[in-house]
Write a protein that binds this ligand. Sequence first.
Ligand SMILES: NC(=O)c1ccc[n+]([C@@H]2O[C@H](COP(=O)([O-])OP(=O)(O)OC[C@H]3O[C@@H](n4cnc5c(N)ncnc54)[C@H](O)[C@@H]3O)[C@@H](O)[C@H]2O)c1
Ligand SMILES: O=C(O)C(=O)C[C@@H](O)[C@H](O)[C@H](O)COP(=O)(O)O
Ligand SMILES: [Zn+2]
Length: 358
Amino acid sequence: MALGAGSYDIHVEAGLLDRAGEHVPAPAGDRPTVIVTDEIVAPLHLERLLNGLGGPAETIVLPAGERTKSWSQLERLTERLLELGVERGDHILALGGGVIGDLTGFAASILRRGCRFVQVPTTLLAQVDSSVGGKTAINSAAGKNLVGAFHQPSAVLIDPAVLATLPDRELRAGYAEVVKYGLLGDADFYAWCEANAAAVLAGDDAAQAHAIAVSCRAKAAVVAADERETKGRRALLNLGHTFGHALEAELGFSGRLLHGEAVAAGMALAARYSARLGLMAPGEATRISEHVRAAGLPSTIPDGARSPQRLVQHMRQDKKAAAGRVPLILMRRIGEAFVYPEADMEDVERFLTEECAA
Ligand SMILES: NC(=O)c1ccc[n+]([C@@H]2O[C@H](COP(=O)([O-])OP(=O)(O)OC[C@H]3O[C@@H](n4cnc5c(N)ncnc54)[C@H](O)[C@@H]3O)[C@@H](O)[C@H]2O)c1
Ligand SMILES: O=C(O)C(=O)C[C@@H](O)[C@H](O)[C@H](O)COP(=O)(O)O
Ligand SMILES: [Zn+2]
């Protein structure tokens, strides 16, 4: 299946790694294709990609985990790409999860003022979300994804077969971003999630393929309508993220809470805050928290992050903030999220204080 997303194709097909060369032309001359991956993915899936490409290749293997989205790894990666002589028209392949995709995409955006790159996502999260849409970033001491660029990949190659090696906890974390599409704009898909979460999480091929296809279509449509997040539409993809990023930052990007887990807790918090403001029926918010928990994901603020004041400080760093005001993505009902333009942060702090005490 090839899904159009603006100017590039998203290919979804089991076994795609073995045929990657069909979609990624070799650089002109004898120069190698460069693959960026991490130390966990490399021994599992690199050989298939190398065989699938066919031509000469160089590999850059980085440490796994959120802390790799850092200034130091960005420097290391860009210097190595320059040493290898990567040119603007070459394709740099990002083989891995959202960490490798975000970092490699950002490096590609600044290398020679912009090189091409191809996303080859290997986690559920990256296959349903981060590989599509061109947000690239690293984290800074001040917070999550605060340094980055919009830089679209030239293609996305999704091979769902690689999910067979993904640890259960990572699969669940990726599932949080699947649920997000239902919550933000598709009540029928949310109901499908409630009925099929167990199958997705058990590795059922058909259920995973459906979740990936619906998610990629939904994301591609939003990005095509509002690529640079200026029209209020793309901001909806941030559902659960203003709370969630604050949780990740408070825990120091330590891996104690994976991004998808933070988003799950963030969506449950956004639902309960929507109910508190009288915007959403309390029963709907409860339904969301229950589904999140049933999927083995957190729905509350975890130990170690229970500091309402500091969480609010992190929330103020949100990139959507304007004139010091922080917008939140809230919900009227399941399937209908909207931008709540100016959250009263004192009230948010009171809410978080109650949540921390619960
Ligand atoms: N750019 C975007 O639009 C966007 C969207 C969502 C999330 N993100 C970012 O993505 C990151 C999270 O991505 P993630 O959840 O993929 O995490 P990740 O990249 O850290 O991958 C999770 C773990 O799984 C391992 N792994 C990857 N593929 C594997 C496989 N097939 N088999 C076994 N192990 C495998 C990795 O080595 C890593 O240890 C966060 O930094 C988040 O901010 C970006
Ligand atoms: O693509 C988007 O837009 C998203 O918001 C997708 C999110 O899942 C993703 O985590 C994104 O990186 C968050 O955006 P940010 O601008 O808050 O960093
Ligand atoms: Zn996310």
